[in-house]
Design a protein around this ligand. Structure first.
Ligand SMILES: Nc1ncnc2c1ncn2[C@@H]1O[C@H](COP(=O)(O)OP(=O)(O)OP(=O)(O)O)[C@@H](O)[C@H]1O
Length: 225
């Protein structure tokens, strides 16, 4: 049965890329369910592309990807990818997480609003709820994106470099939040350049030039990074 599988993903000889050009080459890897996995590697090694495969936004050219999580993944893109002047409040941005369940044109229910409120609180954003995104610090914006992902209540959360550009205090907050999410049984996968963050993960994949160079416990993998 699917939900007894201890792997969230089983990837076998995956080759993938863009417009006929391969970025990932013959990757075989397992991503554990209900744990935190860090994807590390130099710039351009294919971390975001692999996240795209897990999110379903990039398609395999060959090989296979088997996913045992059942819900639409919550994907936290790099916060620098969010337009700075988006005319939206923190509360509205977090409530958008419920669109995965309602669609953007349907009214949110009382339950949706309560879930969004709880996620704001969980990420320490209640006092900032009425602030526009373009008035936030990088750390506050990243917490907002994470709260939006939490509001989706997915069993799979994917994050592209959530700590990049943040100070030590904000990085620690994001790290604590990911540990909390994972403790509730959610599978968390993050691409990261932050070796301290990767060390905290349960599992680690090291990419180099689109190939999987090492996989396993961060202590064993990161010495090769
Ligand atoms: N949408 C795209 N179309 C075409 N090529 C792309 C696209 N996205 C990424 N690439 C290319 O794929 C390769 C791997 O990029 P990817 O973003 O997956 O690496 P990364 O390890 O996440 O890099 P970084 O650490 O710089 O974010 C790069 O050569 C990049 O130029």
């Amino acid at each position: 049965m699917q939900h007894t599988d201890d792997a969230a993903f089983r990837i076998a000889t995956l080759t993938a890329g863009y417009a006929g050009q391969s970025v990932l080459t013959e990757i075989s890897a397992t991503i554990p369910r209900g744990r935190i996995t860090a994807i590390v590697g130099p710039n351009g090694s294919g971390k975001s592309t692999l996240l795209g495969i897990l999110a379903g936004t990039v398609t395999a050219q060959s090989g296979s990807v088997h996913r045992s999580t059942t819900q639409k993944p919550a994907f936290v893109v790099q916060h620098s990818a969010i337009p700075a002047a988006l005319p939206m409040t923190v509360r509205e941005a977090v409530a958008m997480g419920r669109w995965a369940h309602r669609g953007p044109w349907r009214r949110l229910t009382r339950d949706d609003r309560e879930i969004a409120r709880a996620c704001l609180e969980r990420m320490g954003l209640t006092d900032l709820a009425c602030r526009r995104l373009d008035t936030l610090s990088g750390g506050q914006r990243q917490r907002t994106l994470l709260a939006q992902a939490l509001a989706q209540q997915s069993d799979l959360v994917l994050l592209d470099e959530p700590s990049t550009g943040l100070d030590a205090a904000s990085r620690a907050e994001i790290s604590r939040a990911l540990a909390e999410i994972s403790a509730t049984g959610v599978t968390v996968v993050q691409a990261t350049h932050d070796m301290a963050e990767a060390e905290q993960a349960d599992h680690c994949l090291l990419l180099r030039d689109g190939r999987l160079e090492a996989a396993g416990h961060p202590k064993e993998v990161l010495v090769r990074a």
